[in-house]
Design a protein around this ligand. Structure first.
Ligand code: NDP
Length: 332
């Protein structure tokens, strides 16, 4: 048999996550490779071309990105820009006939998410959201436990993700139009985790928000939100830019289990009330995610994290925002 071609991936937005995590991980993947770049910063281009051997024909800027349609080297466009621009670039990529990998959080509103989903469907390209945790082995074990219920029904879930930003200057994570605020940026980790840990979809949310650092005045710094599930389980979620948080725990009828840390790039590990240890996996998370997503395209199977999964988080996130504004419980 002829060996299968590896898929060519173009990264859109050469910031921190593309530079430090995705591009290095694309050197470890078996089913895809870094073939192209789309950037608004010409000064970044020589270094990327030299480091990753990217030919001139695979270098784009935001204005000519639609011309990817004529480039057979590129199979997948991975959108890694500020969140407020995910819809814009995902739509251009899908209309160019390229498969779309979109970073988390998927977009600003459920309606933007739906536009991405519809555009991908219309162009018959795959769409997946960059929820790397759902590919991580210990997290997958937790997801299986939602079905198997080894400790009986879940009573409550604690899901907390945040970091101390200490930022004193304005940047896109402080800009409401670009998707700023800890709730969008980090809050989707507890939100997504509450869903995959319970195996249920929440039916109601209550929430409150506090902001100390004036940089985050327009977007909110710390958010507490409780999700109620049909089974009666409750997820107590917390996210913030003012403290380091990285805990996921399920308290069940007959015991408990947890992953601490649960959303780090490595060393995701955990334990259970009866002494089972969930050891860290040595695999590179982003390489595993991108290989899984590439294989779904190659084999024409459903991706692990389809657009609908990313959209559902934004549906709930919008309910969290409403609960904060209206200061009352919101039904989903
Ligand atoms: P950065 O600010 O470091 O990089 C974003 C890049 O987007 C910029 O460098 C720039 O690239 C491009 N860009 C295009 N338009 C704008 C604009 N108006 N303002 C600022 N940048 C712009 O952000 P991150 O890399 O940290 O985050 C990017 C995305 O990745 C976000 O959606 C974030 O949520 C997600 N992310 C996911 C992580 C995960 O673990 N899954 C971890 C970290 C981030 P250029 O100069 O090339 O045009």
């Amino acid at each position: 048999a002829t060996p299968r071609r590896r898929l060519g991936v173009a990264l859109v937005g050469l910031g921190y996550y593309s530079r430090d995590l995705l591009a290095p991980a694309l050197q470890l993947t078996q089913h895809c490779y870094l073939a192209g770049i789309v950037t608004g910063s010409p000064d970044k281009i020589p270094h990327w071309q030299a480091t990753y051997n990217i030919p001139e024909r695979n270098v784009y800027h935001y204005g000519n990105m639609h011309e990817l349609a004529n480039n057979p080297d590129i199979d997948v466009v991975y959108v890694v820009t500020p969140t407020g621009l995910h819809q814009h670039f995902s739509v251009i990529a899908a209309n160019a006939g390229k498969h779309v990998w979109c970073e988390k959080p998927m977009a600003m509103t459920a309606s933007e998410c739906q536009t991405i989903i519809d555009t991908c469907r219309k162009n018959k390209v795959q769409l997946t959201v960059g929820y790397r945790m759902q590919h991580e082995p210990n997290t997958r074990r937790l997801m299986a436990m939602a079905r198997e219920k080894p400790y009986g029904n879940i009573r409550d879930i604690i899901a907390e993700a945040g970091y101390r930003s200490g930022s004193t200057s304005h940047h896109w994570r402080a800009d409401p139009k670009l998707g700023g605020g800890a709730l969008y940026d980090m809050g989707v980790y507890p939100l997504n985790a509450a869903r995959y840990t319970s195996g249920e979809e929440p039916i109601a949310v209550s929430a409150r928000q506090e902001t100390q650092n004036p940089v985050y005045a327009q977007v909110g710094e710390t958010t507490w939100f409780d999700l109620e599930f049909p089974s009666g389980a409750i997820a107590k979620c917390l996210t913030g830019y003012d403290r380091n948080l990285n805990t996921l725990r399920a308290n069940c009828e007959k015991g408990w289990y947890e992953l601490v840390p649960f959303q780090s790039y490595s060393n995701v590990q955990g334990r259970t009330s009866d002494g089972i240890t969930l050891k860290p996996s040595p695999e590179n998370q982003q390489a595993r995610q991108m290989d899984n997503d590439a294989l779904a395209i190659i084999n024409n199977t459903a991706p692990l994290v389809p657009g609908e999964n990313g959209k559902q988080d934004i549906v709930i996130l919008e309910a969290v925002l409403k609960a904060i504004t209206e200061k009352k419980k919101v039904r989903i």
